[in-house]
Ligand binder design. Structure first.
Ligand code: TV7
Ligand code: CA
Ligand code: ZN
Length: 378
């Protein structure tokens, strides 16, 4: 287990739709829902499922989706199919669907209500108080906007799950370790002090014009948005030289009553879309660190485009949530061939990859961010 694991067990609920792996964005699309089925199979073969309450989520209703999204957009999402996409080209353009990033595919609406149902069920479970940690690896689609799809995301399950938590809690902390900026979640709560959003992300990649350090929230929400923009090649140690002090300060000053962690695995080394150099252990240390605060914790998936890394990462993070260890040799599983040539859980960081974050620039970001957070004190 990562350093500092307290060895104490937690009551963990895990949400998984056995059909989620069958949805296809398109043959050459980077986003592959199959990685969720691969994660589930690893958890099964590692015998981690036995240590959790495993649920098949109920699908979200269109009323659920409209708690954040506009009625018109949801009506359109329900209606659009590969067959009528040409007729509906005008609306597709308005709602940013049928682009390369957000294609129309068979079962698109079912996919949306499935992954969103998982996040909503998980949040409701935490609200009941019957679990300490709830997990939905198919969620975390943090770019979707009120009336538009964006960056592989159609429905913003993270926003909806936070909204569900707000029914029972005064303050929710959202932390986003996906390599991309969590713009949809930040935007949804930019003007409120009931949600604090903290995103760590890589500079100069999608979504390009958001996530700057001086974007700190507005009105009631001033100082309740935190953005940590990093350069390529960041390692576990340098990442945590920011992550831990920033999260500790937020905990101390903001005193959240529930935590949501978007665990996008595209911040791992060797991701084709991101250029960080984190190991699975470094990534999972974020899960372990949030877990150590003993607050209701919702774990969501997100990005992750190296199909052999994502299941290993999320299986390991599930084990961290539960508090069990996993042997480094992968058990035999339905997707064994994907995990060659080493067939192990852990990989070293990329040797010789330059960390383009200098000690000075990291120190500067840390000082600036901690200073902003301290302004919401009193
Ligand atoms: C949460 N980067 C989502 C991250 C969304 C990133 C983008 C692609 C991409 C799309 C493909 C594809 C791709 C190899 C990579 C400006 C553009 C440039 C589309 C080709 N291969 C998350 C979204 C990002 C689609 N989009 O945070 C089909 O990369 O940079 C852009 C926008 C216009 C569209 N083109 C890319 O991780 C889940 N897209 C292959 C096939
Ligand atoms: Ca992020
Ligand atoms: Zn991402």
């Amino acid at each position: 287990l990562p350093s500092g694991a307290d060895g104490k067990k937690r009551e963990v609920s895990y949400y998984y739709d056995p059909l989620i792996g069958n949805y296809h964005y398109g043959s050459d699309h980077s986003m592959k829902p199959l990685r969720i089925a691969m994660t589930h199979d690893l958890l099964h073969k590692y015998r981690v499922l036995n240590n959790m309450q495993v649920f098949k989520p109920t699908k979200a209703t269109s009323d659920d989706l409209c708690q954040f999204h506009s009625d018109e957009y949801i009506r359109f999402l329900k209606r659009i199919t590969p067959d009528n996409a040409r007729e509906l080209a005008g609306l597709c353009k308005i709602y940013n669907i049928n682009t390369n990033d957000c294609p129309v595919f068979d079962g698109l609406y079912d996919y949306c209500i499935s992954y969103t149902g998982g996040s909503l069920s998980a949040a409701a479970r935490l609200n009941e108080g019957s679990s300490d940690i709830a997990i939905n690896w198919s969620g975390g689609l943090h770019h979707a906007k009120c009336s538009a799809a964006s960056g592989f995301c159609y429905v913003n399950d993270a926003v909806l799950a936070i909204t569900e938590l707000l029914k029972h809690r005064q303050r929710v902390l959202y932390v986003d370790i996906d390599v991309h900026h969590g713009d949809g979640v930040e935007e949804a709560f930019y003007q409120t002090d009931r949600v604090m959003t903290v995103s760590f992300h890589q500079r100069k990649i999608f979504p390009y014009n958001t996530g700057f350090i001086n974007h700190i929230g507005s009105d009631q929400g001033k100082y309740h948005a935190v953005n940590v923009r990093l350069d390529e090649g960041i390692t576990d140690d340098t990442y945590h030289s920011l992550f831990k002090p920033i999260i500790s300060k937020v905990m101390e000053v903001y005193r959240p009553e529930a935590l949501v962690l978007q665990c996008g695995a595209d911040s791992l080394a060797r991701d084709p879309l991101g250029s960080f150099n984190l190991t699975i252990k470094g990534h999972a240390e974020c899960v372990n660190f949030l877990r150590s605060f003993n607050l209701p914790l919702l774990l969501l998936g997100g990005g992750g485009y190296c199909i052999r890394n994502v299941p290993r990462c999320w299986a390991y993070e599930t084990a961290v949530a539960v508090g069990v260890e996993l042997q480094n040799d992968l058990p035999s599983n339905d997707f064994y061939a994907y995990f060659g040539p080493h067939y192990t859980l852990h990989d070293p960081p990329i040797k010789g990859l330059e960390n383009r974050n200098s000690t000075r620039s990291l120190e500067k970001i840390k000082t600036r961010v901690l200073d902003n957070i301290s302004k919401l004190e009193h």
